[in-house]
Design a protein around this ligand. Structure first.
Ligand SMILES: Nc1ncnc2c1ncn2[C@@H]1O[C@H](COP(=O)(O)OP(=O)(O)OP(=O)(O)O)[C@@H](O)[C@H]1O
Length: 595
C-alpha cells in the first residue's frame, strides 16, 4: 500500500569525517600523545630496571624502584593499547573524510571531466585508496614517536656509558641508509600497483555491465582473460614491493643484532674494567636494542609511501574542476525560451557540436534527430548545462546558463535519460529525489503521467517498495526516470532518449500526458523514432555535429537524407506507428527557429 509518508530528505546522522570535513588534528594528536608516552616509558624502563637490579643485587631491597619498574611495565602496556585504539579511530575518521571529499569532488565536477575515470577506477579510489590514504596521519604520528625511542635511547645510553653509545652511533647511518633506499624505491612500485589494481576493477565492472552481451556472444573466456591480463603485472609489482620490504627488513634485521652484539661486547669490557655495574650493562644492552630499533620504522615508512600515492589518487577526484554557478535568477514566469549563440563543443581536438543563432521558442517541443554520433546528446547536455560549451553561450529566457545560480538552474531545467540512475531507496524516494521536494500526490501524479503508476501499484508495497526488491524491466526503469523528470519539470525539460525502451503505444500515452499533465514548458527531445519527430512542433536535424536543418517533420521528410536518419526511404511520413485515434497535435507556432 502506498502511504502518504512524505519523502523529505532526511539529514542522516553523519559519523565524524563522513561529511567530508577534515577531522582536524585531534585524532592524530591522541595517537601521537599515546605513542610518545609509550616511547618515553620505553626509554625510562632500562634505567629504572638497571637501577632496580643493582639495588636488589647490592641490598636485596630495591625500595620504591621495584613498584616503579612494575608501573612502567604496566604503563607501557596500557599506552600501547590506547595507541592501537586511537590509531583505529584516527584511520576511520580520516578514511571517511578523504572518501567523502573525493566523492563530493566527483559529484560537483563538470560531468565530462569525470569521463576518463571508469566506475572501477572510481571504486578503487574511493575504497582501497581512501583507506590507505586515511592511514597516513596515524602512521605519521607513529613514525614521529618511533624516532623518539631510538633517539631517546641513544641519549640515555650516553648517560649510562658514552663508549657504548658511540659504538651504537657508528651503526646508525647504515640503518638510515637502508630506510632511505626503501622509501625511494618503494614509491614507484606502489603507484604502479595501485594503477593496476584499478585497471582490473574497471575491466571487471565493464564486464558485469555487459554481462548479457558477453553471455550472448559466448565470449566469457576471452573476457575473463582480458580482465585478468594485468594480474601478472600486479603480481610482479606486488612481489617487487615485498622484495623491497623484505630487503629493508632483512638488512635492518642483520644490522640490529650486530649493533646490539657490538654494544653488549663494549658494555661487557666496560663492566670488566669496573666502569659499569651489572644494572648499567642491562640498561646499556636494552638501550642499544631500542636505538637500533629505528629499522622498524621501515613498516611505517612503507605505509606512508602507500598513503601518499593513494592520497594523490583520491585528490584527483577531489580536485576535479567543479561546475561553477553564477548569481542570477531567471525572470519570473518566463516561457522557457532557449537560445544557442556561437556554441562550439570540442572533444579530443574534434568539433562535436556547432550551433549558432538557434532559438527555440518557449513552450515548444523540439525533437533533436540525427544519426548515431551526430551530436544529439552533446546538444542535450549543453542545453541544460550538464556541460559548458567550449565557445559561445546558451541562454534560457535571455539569461546565460552559466550565470544562473545552482538552484535556479536545477529547479528550472529537468532531465530524463535513457538509463536513469534511481538510487537505492524506495520507488517513491527515487521519483521524489531532486532539487525540489514534491509532495506524495505530486509524485503519484508524475508517475501516472509517465505511465509508471499501474506497475508501481502492483508491487508488494506500492510506492514504498524498495528499488532493490522491485524487479523492473528496462521500460519500467525508464518510466520511473521519466516520472522523476516530470515531478521536477521546470520551464525546460530535456529528454535524452528517455523513451527508447517504451513500446510505441506507451510512448505515445506518455507524450500525451506530458502535454496535458506536466508543467508547461519547453521540451527538447532526443529522438530516434519518426513518430516522436512528427509529434514535435519542430525538428532539429543534426549531422556530424552541425545543424543540418530545422523544420517540421513533414517538411523535412521530403529530403532523402532526413528519411535516411530513420533508416527508411518510404513515401509515408514514417509516423505511421502513431496509435490510431490520437488527438491532433497542437502546435505552438515557433516565432523563430533557424540554424
Ligand atoms: N567526452 C567526450 N570525449 C570525446 N568524444 C566525445 C565526448 N562526448 C561526445 N563525444 C563524441 O561526440 C560525438 C557526438 O556524441 P553524441 O553522444 O552527442 O552522439 P549522439 O548523436 O547522441 O549519438 P547516439 O544517437 O548514438 O547516442 C560522438 O562522436 C562522440 O564520440
Amino acid at each position: 500500500m502506498w502511504t502518504s509518508r512524505p519523502w523529505g530528505r532526511q539529514t542522516p546522522r553523519t559519523r565524524e569525517g563522513a561529511d567530508g570535513s577534515a577531522p582536524g588534528r585531534a585524532p592524530e594528536a591522541l595517537v601521537l600523545l599515546c605513542s610518545v608516552g609509550a616511547a618515553a616509558v620505553a626509554v625510562a624502563q632500562p634505567l629504572v630496571l638497571g637501577r632496580t637490579l643493582d639495588l636488589l643485587l647490592r641490598d636485596g631491597d630495591a625500595g620504591r624502584w621495584l613498584p616503579l619498574s612494575a608501573g612502567l611495565l604496566l604503563g607501557e602496556l596500557l599506552l600501547d593499547s590506547l595507541t592501537s585504539l586511537f590509531t583505529g579511530r584516527c584511520n576511520a575518521v580520516w578514511t571517511a573524510s578523504i572518501r567523502s571529499r573525493a566523492l563530493r569532488g566527483l559529484l560537483r565536477a563538470v560531468p565530462d571531466s569525470a569521463r576518463p575515470h571508469p566506475p572501477g577506477d572510481v571504486g578503487t579510489r574511493l575504497t582501497l585508496n581512501a583507506a590507505d590514504a586515511g592511514g597516513a596521519p596515524a602512521a605519521r604520528a607513529a613514525l614521529g614517536a618511533s624516532l623518539i625511542t631510538p633517539l631517546g635511547a641513544l641519549v640515555a645510553l650516553a648517560f649510562v656509558d658514552v663508549w657504548v653509545a658511540a659504538c651504537v652511533l657508528t651503526g646508525l647511518p647504515a640503518l638510515a641508509l637502508v630506510l632511505r633506499t626503501f622509501a625511494r624505491d618503494t614509491g614507484a612500485s606502489v603507484a604502479a600497483y595501485q594503477r593496476t589494481q584499478s585497471l582490473i576493477a574497471s575491466r571487471l565492472l565493464e564486464a558485469l555491465d555487459g554481462a548479457a552481451t558477453i553471455g550472448a556472444a559466448g565470449t566469457g573466456d576471452r573476457e575473463r582473460a582480458r580482465i585478468l591480463a594485468p594480474l601478472a603485472e600486479l603480481a610482479a609489482q606486488g612481489r617487487h614491493m615485498w622484495a623491497l620490504h623484505g630487503r629493508a627488513l632483512g638488512r635492518s634485521n642483520v644490522l640490529v643484532p650486530l649493533l646490539t652484539l657490538a654494544a653488549t661486547a663494549v658494555g661487557g669490557l666496560r663492566l670488566a674494567a669496573g666502569h659499569l655495574s651489572v644494572g648499567d650493562l642491562l640498561a646499556a644492552c636494552r638501550y642499544a636494542q631500542l636505538a637500533a630499533g629505528i629499522g622498524g620504522a621501515a613498516t611505517l615508512l612503507g605505509a606512508l609511501v602507500r598513503a601518499r600515492e593513494a592520497r594523490r589518487r583520491t585528490q584527483e577526484l577531489e580536485w576535479m574542476p567543479p561546475l561553477k554557478y553564477g548569481s542570477r535568477r531567471l525572470p519570473q514566469d518566463g516561457p522557457g525560451e532557449l537560445e544557442l549563440r556561437g556554441v562550439r563543443v570540442v572533444r579530443d581536438g574534434r568539433q562535436v557540436l556547432r550551433a549558432d543563432h538557434l532559438r527555440v521558442p518557449g513552450g515548444s517541443t523540439v525533437a533533436v534527430v540525427g544519426r548515431s554520433g551526430a551530436g544529439k546528446s552533446v546538444l542535450a547536455a549543453v542545453a541544460g548545462r550538464l556541460i559548458d560549451p567550449d565557445e559561445g553561450h546558451v541562454l534560457l529566457d535571455g539569461v546565460p546558463l552559466d550565470r544562473l545560480t545552482r538552484e535556479a538552474l536545477r529547479t528550472e531545467v529537468a532531465y530524463a535519460f535513457e538509463r536513469p540512475v534511481l538510487g537505492e531507496g524506495t520507488i517513491a524516494e527515487a521519483v521524489a529525489t531532486g532539487s525540489r521536494q514534491p509532495a506524495p500526490e505530486q509524485v503519484r501524479h508524475a508517475a501516472l503521467a509517465a505511465g509508471a503508476d499501474s506497475f508501481v501499484q502492483r508491487l508488494p508495497h506500492g510506492y514504498d517498495t524498495p528499488l532493490a526488491e522491485a524487479p523492473l524491466s528496462g521500460g519500467e526503469h525508464q518510466r520511473l526516470g521519466l516520472a522523476r523528470a516530470f515531478a521536477h519539470a521546470g520551464r525546460l525539460l530535456v529528454m535524452d532518449d528517455a523513451t527508447s525502451s517504451l513500446d510505441t503505444a506507451t510512448e505515445h500515452e506518455v507524450n500525451l500526458a506530458l502535454r496535458r499533465s506536466v508543467r508547461r514548458g519547453t521540451r527538447l527531445v532526443v529522438a530516434h523514432r519518426p513518430s516522436v519527430a512528427d509529434r514535435a512542433d519542430l525538428v532539429l536535424w543534426l549531422e556530424a555535429g552541425e545543424v543540418r536543418a530545422v523544420g517540421t517533420h513533414r517538411e523535412l521528410w521530403h529530403r532523402a537524407g532526413y528519411r535516411a536518419v530513420f533508416g527508411t526511404d518510404t513515401g509515408g511520413t514514417g509516423a505511421e506507428d502513431v496509435t490510431p485515434g490520437d488527438e491532433p497535435v497542437r502546435r505552438h507556432e515557433p516565432e523563430e527557429v533557424r540554424p
